[in-house]
Structure formats: C-alpha cells, structure tokens
Design a protein around this ligand. Structure first.
Ligand SMILES: [Zn+2]
Ligand SMILES: [Zn+2]
Length: 256
C-alpha cells in the first residue's frame, strides 16, 4: 500500500486518460491519491475527479503562483471544504522564486487559507519556495499548528524541516529526491522521522528517475518511496506503510 499525497491529475496532461492513470496506480500498489486544487476556477474539475474515483480525494485552495485570479475569502474556502471528499485546504503558501515584486498579496492569501483551515478544522497543504522564513513566521502568527498539514514537495533545509515539524507539520518528498544533484535534500530525507514523512508525485510535473522529464503520474510515487528507503537503508515496504499511515492520520481518511 502506497499513497500519493499530492497530484494534479485534473491538469490537461492527464485529465484525458484518467482511467489509465488510475490503472497505473493499481499496478504500482498506489491505493489512494490527493488531487490538489490550484484555483477556484479549476476546483470543480478537481472535485469531479474525486467524485468519480472512490480513492481519490480533493483539496480546495488558490496557489501562490496565480497572481491574476480573484482573491478568495475565508468564507468561500470553508463553504467549498464542506464537500465530503475535500480533505484539505490548499495548496497555499509562498513562492518567491516564480513570482517577483511586492508579494504582500501572497502573504495575505496565505493567511486567508490558514484562517479557513482553522475554521473548518482541515489540514493545510503548504507550497514553499525560497520563502522559508516568511512561511514559517506566518504559520506561527496565524497558529497554523492548530490544524497542521504538510510541507509539500519539500526542498528546504533540515533546520526548516525541524521548524515545520515543531508546528505539527509533515514533510513530503517528491521526485526531486531521486535527482542525482539533490544532494542536500537526500540528507534531509535521511533525517526526517518516518512518523512525520509523506511522499508525493506533484504529477504531471517532477517525474522521478528513471522517468525524469516525462509526464509524471501517481503510480510513479513508488520510485520516490524506493529512493527514500534506499537512502535510509530500510525496506521500501516500511516507507510505504509508514507514509500511508501518516496520510490517513493527517487527513482523517479511512484506509479501506
Ligand atoms: Zn506546489
Ligand atoms: Zn502542486
């Protein structure tokens, strides 16, 4: 059993072949996946995927890399999160790498998501790129630890991982950990306690080695788990079991 804690199978690269994507999950022992929302405009598409496949779940949120979409309110997020297959708020967070300029709107949008998560009691999916200091500061100020969540596609340092875990957050590794040049991240993957770790694809992007550069899909999360296991000198089964248990616990999902 293995879970992909973060994918975008509603994106055009994969949405036309969803039955094949789900069959690919089965072939690789991937039992569940969380399809993550990036805008409110796309959210109905994400929700429809979760309604169609019993073991695919959804989140609701507006990604920090979308500057030109209408600003979401706490009330809208809480309302959309009432759907039984919506198990998280996000993805949200800060991205100082992709977007430049005055990013006060990103920080405000992030605060809105944390407030919504606290109001509806659902965990957060946090996207953080070259913005660790502000991300952690806002998480603290807004008391994100009350609902916790996941630092998805983690590429930060061990110190940043520790600070996020101190707030009750989980650390999720993507295909990046399989890349040869990800030397520092491989070290972090050795150190994060198994009971705080998740794995993900972020598909259709970031396909793991040996599929690097190709279209990614949830079944390939297996290669992420196998690399983490190799780095730690443990069995892939133990990583699969531990990260699956964490997913069910964090997102309050029944393992069946
Ligand atoms: Zn992201
Ligand atoms: Zn994503």
């Amino acid at each position: 059993m293995l879970v992909d804690s973060h994918c975008h199978i509603d994106f055009p690269e994969l949405s036309g072949e969803l039955d094949a994507v789900v069959a690919g999950m089965r072939e690789n022992g991937v039992t569940h996946a969380l399809c993550v929302s990036v805008t409110l405009e796309d959210f109905p598409r994400v929700r429809a995927v979760a309604e169609r496949y019993p073991h695919v779940y959804a989140s609701v949120g507006v990604h920090p890399d979308y500057p030109d979409v209408p600003e979401v309110t706490v009330g809208e997020l809480v309302e959309l999160a009432r759907h039984p297959k919506v198990i998280a708020i996000g993805e949200t967070g800060l991205d100082y790498y992709r977007i430049k300029g005055d990013l006060e709107w990103q920080r405000e949008r992030f605060r809105t998501h944390i407030r919504a998560a606290r109001q509806c009691g659902k965990p957060l999916i946090v996207h953080m790129r070259e913005a660790a200091e502000d991300t952690l500061r806002i998480m603290g100020e807004e008391r994100a630890g009350e609902v916790a969540g996941v630092m998805h596609c983690f590429t930060g340092t061990w110190e940043v991982a520790q600070a996020a875990m101190a707030l009750g957050f989980y650390i999720s590794f993507s295909g990046i950990v399989t890349f040869k040049n990800a030397v520092a991240l491989k070290e972090v993957a050795k150190q994060v306690p198994l009971e705080r770790m998740l794995v993900e694809t972020d598909s259709p992007y970031l396909a793991p080695v040996p599929f690097r550069g190709k279209t990614n899909q949830p079944g390939l999360v297996r290669y992420v788990a196998e690399e983490v296991a190799r780095l730690r000198g443990v069995s892939p089964e133990s990583i699969a079991e531990g990260t699956s248990d964490n997913f069910f616990r964090l997102f309050n999902v029944k393992p069946s």
